[in-house]
Design a protein. Structure first.
Length: 268
């Protein structure tokens, strides 16, 4: 980490660090700094309104959003997983195919949003396979061998993880927000989330932690925008966050699957 970055990370708080990122960008660009920090903002549950807005905000910056959806969330008989999903319309595969066609990443987030860590192993496996079957049928070009499965509630077990690594390219579960740089064969990705209230301060703190290390990959699990879902962020905050991150030369903003495809295949 260069001296300029060290200085502002030492003296600035989380909010101040976000503002200071743009100030450091000019110096880094002159040095032609290679990408050393990956940021994945991982949006779960597939809320229709928030997903459409999130995609539009990412497109403003020529970026691809990372949207993880419940396979049956759009169906009339979908049982509400929790009160934070109550009354919030979810997108269907017409929308998911449209957003995928606009270069956003659409990945599975469970069959019915069940907490897999609380289910018998055989039932948890069955639900994951059902989810992957729906995606194979409904999402154009979907291949489970290239998929990142995003555990509902970021809850998994060692036994389920060992099995799932044979079914998909990778999976996301709970743990540290800052992951090591992607490596070949990387399957287990960890993230953190924050809620039920506004998650912006937590995002700022994790970005600060990422930029304080020489090399790393931040995966932060978000949900809806403004007032939708658990741990939302404001649309205006997301716009400014992407603008500030994009100004830092060392940062690459990517969905999880594309980060693996871009960097893990080139890892030594």
């Amino acid at each position: 980490m260069n001296q300029t970055r060290r200085e502002f990370m030492r003296t600035a708080g989380a909010a101040g660090a976000m503002i200071a990122m743009a100030r450091c960008a000019r110096t880094e660009e002159k040095k032609g700094e290679a990408k050393r920090h990956i940021v994945t903002l991982s949006f779960d549950d597939g809320f229709r309104k928030s997903s459409v807005r999130t995609a539009a905000i990412f497109e403003q910056h020529r970026l691809s959003a990372c949207i993880n959806v419940i396979a049956t969330g759009h169906l009339a008989d979908y049982p509400l997983a929790d009160t934070f999903q109550q009354g919030v319309a979810k997108g269907d595969f017409v929308l998911w195919n449209e957003l995928q066609g606009r270069s956003h990443e659409i990945m599975p987030h469970g069959y019915r949003h069940a907490n897999k860590a609380g289910l018998p192993l055989a039932e948890a496996k069955d639900r994951i396979l059902r989810c992957l079957d729906v995606f194979t049928k409904e999402l154009k070009g979907f291949d489970r061998k290239d998929a990142v499965f995003n555990f509902p509630y970021n809850a998994s077990t060692p036994e389920l993880e060992a099995w799932l690594a044979t079914q998909v390219k990778a999976f996301r579960t709970g743990g540290a927000a800052v992951n090591p740089w992607p490596g070949k064969g990387e399957a287990r990705l960890t993230c953190r989330s924050a809620g039920p209230g506004n998650a912006e301060a937590a995002v700022d703190r994790e970005v600060e932690r990422l930029l304080a290390v020489d090399r790393g990959w931040l995966i932060f699990n978000l949900h809806g925008l403004d007032d939708e879902g658990w741990g939302p962020v404001r649309a205006t905050y997301l716009e400014k966050l992407l603008e500030r991150l994009a100004a830092v030369a060392s940062v690459d903003i990517l969905p999880a699957g594309r980060a693996l495809a871009k960097y893990a295949t080139a890892a030594t």
